[in-house]
Design a protein around this ligand. Structure first.
Ligand code: PRT
Ligand code: MG
Length: 214
């Protein structure tokens, strides 16, 4: 049995065409089914639905042989023990620093002020500001980062941006581009040794189906 960990939403939706290229079709729709283990047309391949931030953990500890996860999630997890053979170029977005339009972020940086930054991505944020030599107090949040500056709790946020609509709707503007983000295929290293042929077949099919945007 091969077990693939996916999260509901964009990761699941954008992985479907890659699975199709590997001859795998998921037999139930996660949006309507309550099942957490979804069968596929291949009797020896199943999909488990987990929280996006839990995908690397399931693969690390062998709850799944493979998984698809954002580079953001992977960096925050640490990626220990995971083989990362492929950038799938799906669920694309970028990590950015954003601040209210009336906060002069560049001036605060020039003056060496301490900046209060709210984020779910503390590892990425800490690394980015340390590299730049900017002093920050990080406030860890688990969601709706945009709210933190609006309530006066933080000066800025570090969050993912795709269309930019969320920032705009909350009177925030991007002030730093941190890194491009896309989803990766991650593989449990012991599973790769034990089930080399079927896992390689999936990796190769995914590799052949990846569409690199210009
Ligand atoms: O939702 P849940 O808390 O369960 O987990 P999650 O938010 O981690 O999962 P999900 O499915 O939303 O995201 C899975 C992966 O998709 C992330 O780990 C990213 O790698 C990737 N991805 C791509 C995104 C986005 N685009 C994205 N736009 N993840 C989140 N967003 C959010 C962003 O945080 C912000 O709140 O969308 C909002 C901004 O979108 P725009 O279009 O308004 O700029
Ligand atoms: Mg989400």
């Amino acid at each position: 049995m091969i077990t693939l960990a996916l999260s509901k939403g964009r990761i699941f939706d954008e992985t479907l065409p890659l699975l199709k290229a590997a001859g795998i079709e998921v037999l139930e729709d996660p949006e309507t089914s309550r099942k957490l283990i979804l069968p596929t047309n291949q009797p020896d391949v199943r999909v488990v639905l987990v929280r996006a931030s839990d995908v690397p953990t399931y693969v690390e500890y062998g709850g799944a042989d493979l998984g698809v996860t954002g580079k953001d999630v992977l960096i925050e997890h640490g990626g220990a023990g995971l083989y990362q053979p492929l950038d799938l170029h799906i669920a694309q977005c970028h990590m950015a620093v954003a601040a209210p339009t009336d906060f002069d972020y560049q001036k605060a940086v020039r003056q060496g002020s301490r900046i209060r930054v709210a984020t779910k991505y503390t590892t990425i944020a800490r690394g980015f500001f340390a590299e730049k030599g900017v002093h920050v107090d990080l406030i860890k949040l688990y969601g709706s980062m945009e709210l933190a500056p609006l309530t006066g709790m933080a000066d800025a946020i570090v969050d993912l941006v795709s269309t930019g609509k969320t920032l705009k709707a909350n009177n925030l503007a991007e002030v730093e581009h941190i890194m491009d983000i896309s989803a990766r295929l991650v593989v449990n290293q012991a599973a790769l040794k034990l089930k080399t042929a079927p896992i390689r077949r999936i990796i190769d099919a995914f590799a052949g189906a990846v569409q690199v945007p210009e």
